[in-house]
Design a protein around this ligand. Structure first.
Ligand code: KIV
Length: 272
């Protein structure tokens, strides 16, 4: 297995499969707006996920369930206008693909047509077979998402690690194989034991992207607000914070308030 890094001027779904084949880890990060996506893309992140986590970090909802298809399209089109290199994957939101496969295809087409995104992501395995196959049949690349699937949070009742028991682990592996067989180009594995991620990753030729799935995934994804430390009440073990932006921003904004109140801002050089 070669570890030499190939340059990708534009990342495609095929590039991701090649990266796995070449032993190159895949970087994926969420973004939901133009300015953030511009920075993420310029930093050479391979995949930008316009996640339905926008429902949490952008809109302040407790779960991902309330976000609508129109809102996802708004976020996705803002991201698409910013990028030169990354592959942009957009979550189909809760309720836009589970009821029937024709509705699922209509939702996926709206995302592709109205935002210019490159691929969509859906949560689930065997139970969404018809939807996944119909979307793929229309030529739209699909990424799967297994393990802790936040759109099913009320079924799970908790955000704890999934598939620790053999039955659920076996089901997850079967679902991952099905997603590959149907033609998905990758699968997110959220909050499952590292050894299960290893088994799944070794069983598939399409890449696995972990979030709380450990080091054996073919790539990693994080929510950008968590990586930057903008969210400070969310502290799962899997999260590595690269900044404490909450603190830095609070300080900067506090200083601005103090400067306005004390008449320090604006000064003579900062006016016309
Ligand atoms: O919505 C999201 O941000 C996601 C990631 C957590 C994988 O699905």
């Amino acid at each position: 297995m070669s570890t030499a890094k190939k340059e990708y001027k534009r990342v495609t779904v095929k590039s991701l499969v090649d990266m796995k084949k070449n032993g190159e880890k895949i970087s994926m990060l969420t973004a939901y707006d133009y300015s953030m996506a511009k920075i993420v893309d310029a930093a050479n992140v391979d995949v930008i996920l316009v996640g339905d986590s926008a429902s949490n970090v952008m809109a302040g909802h407790e779960t991902t369930l309330p976000i609508t298809l129109d809102q996802m399209i708004y976020h996705a089109s803002s991201v698409i206008r910013a990028i030169d290199r990354a592959l942009v994957v957009v979550d189909l939101p809760f309720g836009s693909y589970q009821s029937d496969s024709k509705e699922a295809l209509r939702s996926a087409i709206r995302i592709m047509k109205e935002s210019g995104a490159h691929a969509i992501k859906v949560e689930g395995g065997a139970e969404i077979k018809e939807s996944v196959k119909r979307i793929l049949g229309a030529g739209i690349p699909v990424m799967g998402h297994l393990g802790l699937t936040p759109q099913s949070i009320y079924k799970f009742g908790t955000y704890t690690v999934r598939a620790k028991e053999e039955e659920e682990a076996t089901q997850l592996l079967q679902d991952a194989k099905l997603l590959e067989k149907w033609g998905c180009f990758g699968v997110v594995l959220e909050k499952i034991p590292a050894q299960l991620t290893k088994t799944v990753s070794e069983s598939l030729s399409i890449p696995t992207i972990g979030i709380g799935g450990g080091k054996y995934a073919d790539g990693q994804v994080l929510v950008i607000h968590d990586l930057l430390g903008m969210t400070h009440e969310f502290n799962p073990r899997f999260l590595r914070r690269y900044m404490n932006l909450y603190e830095d921003m609070s300080k900067a904004i506090g200083q601005y308030v103090a400067d306005v109140k004390s008449r320090d801002f604006p000064n003579n050089e900062e006016q016309y």
